[in-house]
Write a protein that binds this ligand. Structure first.
Ligand code: NAD
Length: 485
């Protein structure tokens, strides 16, 4: 199956593409034009049963495949992602609405990097051993779990899809993976890559469909031993309700309402550059985007002016154009949600500093789902706008008078994913970093990721950590073995 044959998306089970007659059909849209351009299955229980059974049948063989051979398979997949990078980037851009330049720079290279990183990491992953007295020896085996389910969202489609699959396969599990039904295309293309790479049939199965139908059937299946989920807090809560009583392992990476704290000693132009990037990359549709920007009162006015000016210079439009900074929002539903959030901010008496409107670019994108990058000020920290995740190009600015107030405001949230701190005062940076209730802190940078570091949030943002050895811990069960000799 050549990579450019992508008319109808099909489930990938046991190395074959299939569409069960019982599966319904969903429509796939191009957000930049607002037009449908394909279909995908809405997989039902029978399809899920088949995919899990197939994965279960090949588990023993895959588990017993040598670690170097498993790593070689991951390397091969990575090199094919690189070979087809341009086609994948184009497909991601059409499916998601994000700028092609972003897909080429981040989404697709990072998908390849995920496979390379975990291929390399599994080779150097070591297990513990303890000599306990003269004649007693302990070692701890980290055994794969069996069939695991991975469920991912639409905002970084291939990037987050592969972030879960790679460590699951590296540790010897077999996988049934479900991408978002809103952005299924690159997951479908990955099935072709996996086939070309020669991964044994059934080791990775990719199913398509809605969360409540396909997703829930998958996480609920008795042979699924663990669920790795990234998505909304609402869906994460539902998944926890389904899988916790079955005592399955689960890892939940969920929503965020991240603060950026800008102290008075920073260089304003650098702070503005970082804040604009943190607020509006990927149309603000990254769980790590800063949506509450808090600025020390001494520099608030000058920061505000420079920030608004820079936001107004962002070009919103056709994601295929090289100079576009901000593409389309992912779906009609999400577009409506963002416009509603803007209206809520206005109703809450927020002061609109820039943006606030939908955009209808000339030409092929005139029916696409575009919204101006939008900035409000004057909203209390307890307002709906500052408390609920918007997940779009909408941010608020507010001043703070001292470090204590900055920390308090940052922590005034049900979410606890990430926080960015900008200061040149090293003591303050450490103090604030230790005080904010989040899983990820960046000081004077944003979105810098070393794949060895733990990734995840606290409070309503997550349960568990992904990345590096945390991912390997999640996808394995420890077994301690004590030997008297
Ligand atoms: P979503 O929760 O609607 O969907 C995510 C995935 O879960 C999809 O594949 C969906 O089909 C599936 N799903 C939904 N309900 C399910 C159920 N009951 N059982 C099984 N599967 C189900 O999220 P979304 O709208 O696709 O993504 C946006 C959200 O993801 C935002 O809240 C964002 O913050 C979050 N996110 C978090 C991270 C992180 O690392 N913390 C990263 C990216 C996105």
């Amino acid at each position: 199956m050549p990579l450019n044959d992508k008319t109808t998306i099909k489930n990938f089970i046991n190395g074959e593409w299939m569409h069960d007659s019982m599966d319904g059909s969903l429509t796939n849209y191009d957000p930049a034009t607002g037009q449908p351009y394909g279909n995908l299955p809405n997989a039902t229980q029978d399809t899920i049963d088949l995919s899990v059974e197939v994965a279960n049948n090949v588990f023993s063989d895959w588990k017993n495949t040598g670690v170097q051979e498993r790593a070689n398979h991951l390397w091969k997949i990575a090199s094919l992602i690189e070979k087809y990078a341009h086609e994948l980037a184009k497909a991601e851009c059409i499916d998601n609405g994000k700028p092609l330049s972003l897909c080429e720079r981040i989404d697709i290279p990072r998908a390849a990097a995920n496979f390379k990183f975990f291929a390399q990491a599994i080779i150097s992953f070591h297990e513990q051993a303890y000599q306990s007295g003269n004649t007693v020896f302990n070692y701890t085996a980290n055994q794969p779990l069996g069939v695991v389910a991975t469920i991912s969202p639409w905002n970084l489609p291939l990037y987050l899809f592969t972030w879960k699959i790679a460590p699951a396969l590296a540790t010897g599990n077999t996988v049934v993976a479900k991408p978002s039904e809103i952005t299924p295309m690159t997951a479908f293309l990955l099935s072709k890559i996996v086939k070309e790479a020669g991964l044994p049939d059934g080791v990775l199965n990719i199913v398509h469909g809605e969360g409540l139908l396909t997703g829930e059937a998958l996480v609920n299946h008795p042979l699924v031993k663990a669920v790795s989920f990234t998505g909304s807090t609402r869906a994460g809560k539902r998944i926890a309700q389904v899988v916790a009583p079955q005592f399955k392992k689960f890892s939940l990476e969920m929503g965020g309402k991240n603060a950026m704290l800008i102290f008075e000693d920073v260089q304003i132009d650098k702070a503005v550059d970082l804040a604009v990037r943190a607020a509006f990359t990927n149309q603000g549709q990254i769980c790590l985007c800063a949506s509450r920007i808090l600025v020390h009162e001494k520099i608030y006015e000058s920061f505000k002016q420079a920030f608004v000016k820079k936001v107004q210079s962002l070009k919103v439009g056709d994601p295929f154009e090289a100079e576009t900074h901000q593409g389309a929002l992912v779906s009609a539903q999400h577009y409506e949600k963002i416009l509603k959030a803007i209206q809520t901010a206005k109703d809450e008496k927020g002061v609109l500093l820039t943006g606030g409107e939908a955009i209808h670019p000339e030409g092929r994108c005139k029916k696409g789902w575009f919204v101006q990058p939008t900035v409000f000020e004057g909203l209390a920290m307890h307002s709906i706008t500052n408390q609920e995740e918007i997940f779009g190009p909408v941010v608020t600015l507010q001043p703070f008078s001292d470090t204590e107030e900055a920390i308090q405001s940052a922590n005034q949230s049900h979410y606890g994913l990430a926080c960015t701190i900008m200061t040149n005062d090293i003591s303050k940076a450490h103090f604030v970093a230790q005080s904010v209730e989040v899983g990820i802190v960046w000081v004077n940078t944003w979105l810098y990721r070393d794949l060895r570091t733990p990734f995840g949030g606290m409070k309503n943002s997550g349960v568990g950590r992904e990345g590096g050895s945390d991912a390997f811990e999640f996808f394995t069960e420890k077994k301690n073995i004590t030997i008297q000799y």
